[in-house]
Ligand binder design. Structure first.
Ligand code: IPD
Ligand code: CA
Ligand code: CA
Length: 293
């Protein structure tokens, strides 16, 4: 056998979850070490959609680590996709149609605006889907050194302690979160309409600037619910499994079951889910029409 016919050595002994944890932790540590040193700050879809060399470097690092163990798995990472909702939808479909049952979905830095400003609320988000269903979700917050891990059917944990959604039964006692989407044309005004309608009904609302961490916080019972219009699969996939495995609920903004294509999301402790969805419908702030879906 000459050199070029040699099959590359593949490290197979590590499980999917261990690889996801290792990649998230390594990338997270590197991201934290680069805090305050950003040299290349660029914009993508809008002037509020930021990207830096750290986002790109972290994604490369995660891709390499995953491919070391699973060279034939498919990977969808935010920084490998052209900006904008249409390109995201197409890239997801392309990845789902590709030749592998396993699809890794990566957001190397969720909360880039926070990262650029030194506001310590950003995370690495890594999910693994099998035949379109998320089976592993890992979110790592390097600022607080908090690692959230979920495995389908096996529960969700933060540093080994099971996570559990909160117990609030109505919006009136709920702490909610949402975001300020960078897409000024479509998502932003709709989300603002929802915010204006829901804010007076809730105990209070936060907009921390990381959808992935908001999802992890719903899982951990620190938030009662979260909604946002115009997200991407990489913002949500890992967090969805965390919320579900912690006893919560995740749907689109019309209350239909989550799938990887959902961009307008509601996640909650389950008890307040209908009230939150109904409130968005009343405000005409779902971003969806029942007819069009
Ligand atoms: C953003 C964050 C933010 C949300 C935006 C996302 P990024 O992701 O999750 O909280 O409001 O809609 O785009 O760009 O920091 O990875
Ligand atoms: Ca993101
Ligand atoms: Ca990102």
């Amino acid at each position: 056998m000459n050199q070029k016919d040699k099959v590359p050595y593949v490290v197979t002994s590590k499980g999917h979850t261990a690889v996801a944890i290792n990649a998230a932790a390594k990338a997270g540590e590197w991201i934290r070490s680069k805090l305050g040193t950003v040299k290349e700050l660029n914009t993508k879809y809008s002037s509020q959609d930021l990207v830096t060399e750290v986002d790109k470097g972290a994604e490369q690092m995660i891709r390499k680590l995953i491919l070391t163990h699973f060279p034939d798995h498919e990977i969808l990472g935010e920084e490998g996709v052209e900006p904008g909702p249409e390109a995201s939808t197409q890239a997801l479909q392309g990845s789902l149609d590709a030749n592998s049952d396993y699809l890794w979905i990566i957001d190397p830095v969720d909360g880039t605006t926070n990262y650029v400003h030194g506001f310590p609320f950003f995370a690495v988000s890594i999910a693994l889907a099998y035949k379109g269903e998320v089976i592993v979700g890992v979110i790592y917050d390097p600022s607080r050194d908090e690692l959230f891990v979920a495995e389908k059917g096996k529960g969700a944990y933060v540093h080994g302690s099971p996570t559990k959604v909160s117990q609030e039964m109505s919006l009136g006692t709920s702490l909610l979160a949402t975001g300020f989407p960078p897409d000024q044309n479509f998502a932003f005004p709709i989300n603002m309409a929802g915010l204006q309608h829901i804010a007076p009904q809730a105990r209070s609302i936060r907009a921390g600037g990381s959808a992935a961490l908001h999802m992890a916080y719903v899982a951990a019972g620190r938030l009662s619910g979260f909604w946002e219009i115009g997200l991407n699969s990489w913002d949500l996939a890992a967090g969805v499994l965390l919320v579900k495995e912690s006893g919560g609920e995740v749907t689109d903004t019309l209350g239909r079951p989550y799938d990887l294509g959902v961009r307008h999301v509601v996640a909650s402790n389950g008890h307040i889910h209908n009230e939150l969805v109904e409130s968005l419908k009343q405000a005409k702030a779902t971003g969806l029409s029942i007819e069009k879906g």
